[in-house]
Design a protein around this ligand. Structure first.
Ligand code: NAD
Length: 309
């Protein structure tokens, strides 16, 4: 790992060694993991992408290829940039492949026990200087970090979906996160051409603290019969100028992820105003998770997608 000293470090921190991140591990090859691998590879980083499921890795490589083709067709990258970026990515189901990584970003399923198990299995494979980040949408960074051997080198790096398109990355410091780790992650976000917003470590941070209760409220409006799926989405698109309706957006995010975020808000803030709508729970129990399973508030096997109620 190269070590650089950032001239922009705060007074008193000028001598802090800020790690330069050249190789990155990404755990979880779902919609977020493949987006993060995509932008990192295009920025010239070496990427190791892991998942428990080999088929998720194959799907992620195909998705990245297609998404980069779209960028080539739009002229935002050249065909040779795509070739080079794809050659920077290797896939694995074995954490031993992470031994040279300068940083690992965890973006597996939004369940704390899943993330805890991943870090436990991952840690023995890492060099001691390796930084850790979680892309969690809502879970406490301090709590995830405390269960690792390096809470000072652990941070929240919350990308938005779709990663190649969305400009924002929320940066969340755990209580123990040190300044060089914070500076290194800010520098990485800059390399990826992202804009950062710093959030305190409270349930769901900033974006999802505001966004997901709004989505949950839209599901309550559907549940109580205030409006149909189409009426609710049309109202928010044309009446509030949102680019996507809240139910369409819920399907895009993943209904399991939306439910997990509401549960974290409900339990973390002990406030009944965050109770997840029973209809959201029912959809998740049915395995109707939105776009990723082809069915949520809309059925994506139909063209155009047809509301499911
Ligand atoms: P997803 O369901 O698309 O992908 C999750 C991936 O994690 C799957 O491929 C799954 O096989 C894999 N996985 C599960 N257990 C694993 C394990 N033990 N080891 C390795 N891989 C494992 O989910 P997603 O939407 O990509 O979300 C991933 C993370 O990103 C979550 O923490 C979520 O909250 C966060 N996030 C999601 C969004 C969004 O809009 N979907 C936005 C920002 C952040």
């Amino acid at each position: 790992m190269n070590v650089v000293v950032t001239p922009s470090a705060a007074p008193g921190l000028q001598n802090s060694a800020v790690p330069d991140i050249g190789s990155i591990g990404v755990i979880g090859a779902g919609q977020m993991g493949n987006g993060i691998a995509h932008v990192c590879a295009l920025a010239g980083l070496t990427v190791v992408l892991a998942d428990v499921k080999a088929e998720a890795l194959e799907k992620a490589m195909a998705t990245m290829g297609r998404n980069m083709d779209r960028q080539v067709n739009r002229g935002t990258i050249g065909a040779e940039d795509k070739m080079l970026a794809m050659s920077h990515i290797t896939t694995t189901t074995d954490y031993a492949a992470f031994s040279d990584c300068d940083m690992v970003i965890e973006c597996a399923t939004e369940k704390e026990e899943v993330k805890d198990a991943i870090f436990k299995a991952l840690l023995p494979n890492l060099k001691s200087s390796c930084l850790l980040a979680s892309n969690t949408s809502s879970i406490s960074i301090t709590r995830l970090a405390a269960k690792t051997d390096r809470p000072a080198k652990f941070i929240g790096m919350h990308f938005m979906n779709p990663v190649p398109v969305m400009k924002l990355v929320e940066i969340i410091r755990g209580i123990a996160t040190d300044e060089p780790t914070f500076q290194a992650v800010q520098a990485l976000a800059g390399k990826l051409a992202k804009v950062t917003a710093v959030s305190e470590d409270f349930p769901a941070f900033i974006v999802n603290r505001v966004l997901v209760p709004m989505i949950n409220e839209a599901i309550y409006a559907l549940y109580e019969g205030v409006g149909s799926v189409v009426a609710i989405d049309t109202s928010m698109k044309l009446g509030a100028n949102h680019p996507m309706g809240p139910l369409e957006l819920a399907d895009f995010i993943g209904l399991d992820t939306c439910l997990s975020i509401m549960q974290v808000l409900y339990e973390g803030l002990s406030d009944s105003k965050y109770r997840p709508c029973p209809l959201l729970v029912k959809y998740v129990e049915a395995g109707w998770l939105g776009r990723k399973t082809n069915r949520g508030f809309y059925d994506y096997m139909q063209t155009p997608p047809r509301p499911t109620r």
